[in-house]
Design a protein around this ligand. Sequence first.
Ligand code: AMP
Length: 112
Amino acid sequence: MTIFEKIAAREIPAKIVHETDEFFAFHDVNPQAPTHVLIVPKRVIPRIAEASAADSELLGRMLVASREIAQKLGVAESGYRLVINNGPDAGESVPHLHMHLLGGRHLAWPPG
Ligand code: AMP
């Protein structure tokens, strides 16, 4: 099981802020901004480069849910960034697709 599957199964604790039967969101254990949550499908897709057409609706629902999650966390008005790291150069460290939602401070662009 991936670490995120273990969180979904409640084998590892996490601060879950949103959950559906398909995906869930929880606070990152090593936050890079005052608000930093991960939105993760329960079905394991290793990374976005390995997603298929069959994953399109799930990924779309995760993207749309980010709005509700940002509202819940109080960053909808101030702004936030959605990030998916794919592969070594992007710093991907967990081979279970996840979308970072970062906010609560000004985020520099371009990213480091
Ligand atoms: P990435 O580098 O894009 O693969 O992101 C993986 C993220 O998972 C990092 O931001 C980690 O801090 C986070 N992470 C790893 N283990 C846990 C955990 N047990 N609970 C919450 N976040 C975690």
